[in-house]
Ligand binder design. Structure first.
Ligand code: PEP
Length: 254
């Protein structure tokens, strides 16, 4: 097994203004100062809050992530945000291909592939989201859907280029629904994904890549999920909005 430090990541989605984000980040930074050093912590506020939050967490060990980016470097793309803008705002990570982006904003495996390329070229760490819908799962298509998302999303990359990539497995039916994949269901998919990475990109990357689980992760289920051998962290929506609750997540060992 490679050196896979656990990562607990909070995706705030379209919640919290700048000042609200600053207040939340301040509490998280205080809680993080007493948390186990080997557990990495990441938060993903909205674009308008990034630079403000960056200042608040600058002397903490919290990583700052954006929730999206655009693949072009600059130019006439009204409303879009480039990798350079994210770096200048203080981001080290960027979430790419979240199921809400795929569902509501027309993102495809192809646009996600371009975004991953842009992030990697800019030295931003991509948190690449994949996951099957309820319909996919019920019709026995979970693995074929994930297969396609991984193959297309990572098409054209060498294993060296993907050294920093983080995968987030988020079954769409478990996001914001209160339904969590059982620890065994999640482990089964994580192991499948690790084997798929092994097949596509080799053993070194397969052993070192972190695969996060996402979908209604809460303080009362995180410990059993994190105990599974192929689950390396959590991407958390709802339960990351309240700093005390999020603190319980990155303190799951306590
Ligand atoms: C998410 O959207 O990444 C997510 C996992 O949301 P929630 O924790 O609210 O299910």
């Amino acid at each position: 097994m490679g050196n896979r430090n656990p990562l607990i990541a909070g995706n705030w989605k379209m919640n919290k203004t700048g000042p609200e984000s600053v207040a939340t980040a301040k509490t998280i930074a205080t809680l993080a100062s007493n948390s186990p050093a080997e557990i990495e912590i990441m938060i993903a506020p909205t674009f308008t809050a990034l630079a403000l939050v960056a200042e608040v967490i600058s002397s903490s060990r919290i990583f700052l992530s954006a929730q999206n980016l655009y693949w072009e470097e600059k130019g006439a793309y009204t409303g879009e945000i480039s990798a350079d803008m994210l770096l200048a705002a203080g981001c080290s990570h960027v979430i790419i291909g979240h199921s809400e982006r795929r569902l509501y904003f027309g993102e495809t495996d192809n646009t996600i592939n371009k975004k991953i390329k842009t992030a990697i070229n800019a030295k931003l760490i991509p948190v690449f989201c994949i996951g099957e819908s309820e319909e996919d799962r019920e019709s026995g298509k979970t693995f074929s859907v994930l297969d396609k998302q991984v193959k297309k999303g990572l098409e054209g990359f060498s294993s060296t280029a993907l050294a920093t990539l983080i995968i987030a497995y988020e079954p769409v039916w478990a996001i914001g629904t209160g339904k969590t994949a059982s620890k065994d269901q999640a482990q089964e998919v994580h192991l499948y994904l690790r084997n798929l990475i092994d097949k596509l990109l080799g053993n070194t990357l397969a052993n070192s890549i972190r695969i996060l689980y996402g979908g209604s992760v809460k303080p009362d289920n995180i410990k059993e999920l994190m105990a599974m051998p192929d689950i390396d962290g959590a991407l958390v929506g709802g339960a990351s909005l309240d700093p005390e609750t999020f603190g319980k997540l990155f303190n799951y060992l306590k």
